[in-house]
Design a protein around this ligand. Structure first.
Ligand code: GLC
Length: 645
């Protein structure tokens, strides 16, 4: 944005603020925050939309929308804004722990969640992610990601008022609510889509529609299919409209046209509306796909980052308490920019899923080798980010795509296609010596690609161990689960515990008999909460008790270990022992060296190696004990995990 244009914007904004019903302090603060972020917002906005016929009009409306949203913001949330601006690292602190669930599957309804707060607090959760709960279309809604109204809650779960009651109750307990906001598409039943379908030009321009097949065909040459098995193709023909509509995901999900500034404005309004209900984090869904460019995969285009930076700036002006999590399950090179890179440094997403860490965890668990994990995490990722960090996780509601490139595999002497096929076979249980039990997802005979479904516990071997009654196999499975949790709790970022993993819930096949769900195997790892099992969580001899106590312990030790603050760099170590994954968290109070034994055998790590890596005292911060060396080496059991300071 040039200086003249910036000054005009500031002048215009200030005049709107002066006329707003805000008290003196609120006005001055809003003006200051606008000055802070105006460039971040209007820089990309102008670049993206200056040549659009509605550019001027939308820009004016955008200013008014910001002021309006500020007027709607409650005094309590404005206080939270101040607090977060004073403590901008709040989401990077060791006390942050995420817990993710479907409201109906965990607590029946939104109100029901209020009765489960003690359970969440006992676990140590501070960041609560409700799986999609805005009003979805009827029938199959892609797990709620096909939204027909961004300003209403799914009536089966409750109301907007209930949401406000929940956010207020969570806040009282120091917990923040994260909500999904789908940016790439709406349901075809959304009001905008219905109007587009009827022929209203204004709303046709909100989507990508084509009278002829020529352009879709051209785009298709370079597009990939997200759901090749149950929703092949990227475009859908609607005879009543006589048009093709861009539908990247499912037929009922219509891609929004982000080259239209009106779409940008609509979403800013929705974002701020949700922030004003007390939502503290937005998980922006499927952001990679937001910008379309002929001749590309239409993923991760530079404009996506411009839009995301502008959205973030809008939040920082009106609701700085809000953080943005950007969901992009893409390769490392494409993923890093979502946490702010180059001109977007410190200005884009605050959080993004560490998809590579997740994939590498499962890969190392199956192969018992860590060279690939060490290579990928060391070569492709920076040690830290500005004003941003990872969401670290083992499992989520989606499938696992075996995103290991041929180049990375080759770098450690492995064949990419063979390793990917091995992982897919291992985690369905087809591989002869596998401990895992899972299912194939979206097998694509053309590309040979196979993704995998399954719950954390089943993939870690608990299901097969329980079936066989083999107590040693059971122990190993439990230790794998706990090693995984110790990894995501210390790596750097907010560890996201996926509902039921803290109790070792197994694969659930109930979806196979539900007509709306049976085509989508991801429901295998989206079980209902088993409150019967949860009751046994304090019984130290039960499986649930062992896992729950172990996970709770890991999270408590995380809180007690200041080195883990996400602003402290994570430096991947190569100890030269294939089977051990290691990193150092470089902190002002000295390094924390975290080690994980994937080898399934006892190992002995020379003390000198660890001292060279920065270990100064032989204190295991995870077990909270002093470790005993034997013969100048650290004895390290199978599935061992240790945080040495
Ligand atoms: C994201 C969600 C996934 C959904 C897709 C389309 O990737 O995690 O569950 O199917 O977006 O909305």
């Amino acid at each position: 944005m040039n200086i003249q244009s910036a000054l005009t914007m500031v002048g215009k904004f200030n005049r709107l603020v002066d006329a707003a019903s805000l008290d003196h302090h609120a006005r001055e603060l809003l003006k200051l925050r606008f000055r802070r972020s105006a460039d971040d917002l209007f820089g990309p906005f102008d670049e993206l939309y200056a040549t659009h016929p509605e550019y001027e009009a939308v820009r004016e409306e955008l200013l008014a929308a910001l002021v309006d949203a500020q007027q709607q913001r409650s005094p309590e949330l404005r206080l939270l804004d101040l607090k977060r601006d004073l403590e901008p690292d709040w989401f990077q602190r060791p006390e942050m722990v995420g817990y993710v669930f479907y409201i109906d599957r965990f607590a029946g309804t939104m109100k029901g969640v209020l009765e489960k707060l003690d359970y969440l607090e006992e676990l140590g959760a501070t960041y609560i992610h409700f799986m999609p709960c805005l009003k979805p279309r009827e029938g199959d809604s892609d797990g709620g990601y096909s939204v027909m109204d961004y300003r209403a809650i799914n009536p089966a779960l409750g109301s907007m008022q209930d949401l406000e009651a929940v956010t207020a109750a969570l806040r009282k307990r120091g917990m923040s609510l994260c909500l999904d906001l789908v940016l790439n598409h709406t349901a075809k039943e959304h009001d905008w889509a219905m109007r587009a379908r009827k022929g209203e030009q204004r709303y046709r321009d909100y989507y990508w529609t084509f009278e002829e097949r020529a352009l879709p065909d051209q785009y298709d040459r370079t597009l990939v299919e997200v759901f090749p098995a149950h929703a092949p193709g990227n475009f859908t023909w609607y005879p009543d409209m006589k048009r093709w509509v861009w539908t990247t995901f499912n037929e009922h999900q219509w891609d929004l046209n982000w080259s239209n500034p009106r779409v940008f404005l609509e979403i800013v309004k929705v974002m701020l509306f949700l922030a004003n209900r007390g939502v503290e984090a937005l998980r922006l869904d499927a952001v990679a796909f937001m910008w379309k460019r002929m001749g590309t995969r239409c993923q991760n285009e530079p404009e996506v980052h411009m839009i995301l930076q502008a959205l973030r700036a809008a939040s920082r002006i009106v609701a700085p308490a809000l953080i943005h999590k950007e969901e992009a399950i893409v390769s490392p090179k494409d993923l890093i920019p979502y946490l702010g890179q180059g001109r977007h440094t410190g200005r884009e997403g605050n959080l993004a899923y560490h998809n590579s860490l997740m994939v590498q965890f499962w890969s190392a668990l199956a192969s018992r080798k860590t060279a690939l994990m060490t290579h990928v995490l060391r070569e492709h990722f920076p040690e830290s980010f500005v004003n941003a960090t990872w969401g670290t996780y083992l499992r989520c509601h989606d499938d696992i795509g075996w995103a290991v490139t041929d180049e990375d595999a080759a770098a450690v002497g492995v064949s990419g296609p063979a390793h990917r096929a091995f992982l897919a076979d291992f985690y369905t249980g087809r591989y002869p010596a596998s401990f895992a039990r899972g299912g194939d997802f979206q097998s694509n005979p053309e590309t040979g690609d196979r993704r995998t479904n399954g719950s954390c516990a089943s993939l870690c071997g608990l299901e097969t161990a329980v079936e066989s009654g083999d107590t040693r196999a059971m122990d190993a499975a439990i230790h794998r689960i706990l090693m995984g949790h110790a990894l995501i709790a210390s790596f750097g970022g907010i560890p996201l515990i996926y509902m039921g993993d803290e109790l070792g819930l197994l694969n659930d096949h109930a979806y196979e008999t539900d007509e709306h769900l049976r085509h989508d195997g991801r429901w295998m790892h989206r079980p209902k909460m088993d409150w019967g099992k949860a009751k046994r969580r304090h019984d130290p001899f039960s499986i649930e008790g062992r896992i729950h106590a172990g996970v709770t312990h890991v999270l408590a030790r995380r809180r007690a270990t200041p080195h883990i603050h996400a602003a402290n760099p994570t430096s991947i170590l190569d100890l030269g022992i294939d089977g051990v994954f290691a990193f150092a968290r470089k902190s002002p109070v000295g390094p924390l060296v975290c080690l994980f034994n994937f080898s399934e055998s006892w190992l002995s790590i020379p003390a000198a190696t660890l001292e060279a890596a920065g270990v100064q005292e032989w204190r295991d911060r995870l077990a909270d004990v002093t470790v005993e060396l034997r013969g100048g080496a650290l004895p390290f059991p199978p599935q061992g995990r240790i945080w040495l300071s």
